[in-house]
Design a protein around this ligand. Structure first.
Ligand SMILES: [Mg+2]
Length: 273
């Protein structure tokens, strides 16, 4: 695929009626690509808190889908009996050390099938700005996407909301809207909630969108089946269904909100552990 290096495309898309898409990474853009990321968090906890590595390799952080990196680290430490004050005091150090430690392998094989083409199509529309809402610390997120070959679709100038911004995912969409508005809108005001869509794979993605009053499309490509995601405005089982759901929402006609959600039948075979 030929990719235009037109980093001003997002700037050209500024104006009334433009959409801000806030993509989750793990389970949405990438599948089963978080092994080296989890290892980096564990290494950081060992380095900063003096945790014995063997203590951490037995499922630490399991069930963390949709949580922020800082929240996952906090919960691991709490389970090990580390006092809250020490967790707070060292949170910045854990974040910095995680980012230093994270050196992903080639992740191109972990791109969710069809996602690269969908990102390219949406980029080409001209009325879409693509950014991120992810629990990953920002340097981890950028490096992970670069290792997967998707970094080119997410211009850092348009900001995003990351685990490094706040431990609570619910806070991240508003941060992302503020940054996109500051970067791209003439008045610098936050991107309108009614022109913003979160795309993610867990109930926590849905909750963060609801907290900020923005629409949300869920994908059943992560650990959650479509049934778990019915609170979203639409649920898609794969990239083709996601393409249809995004088009329906952006091109009008698809009602959004809890009372008007549409559910697109998913393909259970797409569900991954
Ligand atoms: Mg996810």
């Amino acid at each position: 695929m030929t990719v235009r290096d037109d980093s001003d495309a997002g700037a050209a898309a500024v104006g009334d009626g433009r959409w801000l898409l806030l993509w989750d990474i793990d389970g949405t853009l990438l599948l089963r690509a978080s092994g080296s990321h989890a290892t980096a968090v564990w290494d950081a906890l060992c380095d900063v808190h003096g945790i014995e590595p063997a203590t951490l390799r037995n499922g630490s952080g399991r069930g963390g889908a949709g949580k922020t990196d800082g929240q996952i680290a906090r919960e691991i430490l709490e389970a090990l009996g580390v006092p809250a004050a020490a967790i707070d005091e060292q949170a910045d150090a854990v974040r910095a050390r995680t980012c230093e430690r994270y050196r992903p392998e080639d992740l191109t094989a972990h791109v969710s099938p069809g996602i690269d083409g969908l990102l390219a199509e949406l980029h080409a529309r001209g009325d879409v700005v693509q950014s991120l809402v992810t629990g990953n610390f920002e340097p981890v997120a950028r490096r992970k996407l670069d290792a997967a070959g998707l970094g080119r679709w997410f211009d850092p100038r348009w900001g995003g909301g990351f685990g490094s911004d706040h431990e609570q995912r619910e806070r991240l969409p508003a941060i992302a809207r503020a940054r996109a508005g500051a970067a791209l809108r003439p008045d610098g005001a936050p991107w309108p909630a009614e022109r913003t869509v979160v795309i993610g794979d867990t109930p926590r993605d849905i909750a963060c969108a609801r907290h900020d009053g923005v629409a949300v499309i869920a994908v059943a490509t992560g650990p959650h089946a479509a049934d778990d995601l019915r609170a979203a405005d639409a649920v898609a089982g794969d990239a083709a269904e996601l393409r249809a759901a995004v088009a329906a929402l952006l091109d009008g006609g698809a009602p959004i909100g809890r009372d008007g959600r549409q559910t697109i039948p998913d393909d259970p075979q797409e569900t991954t552990a």
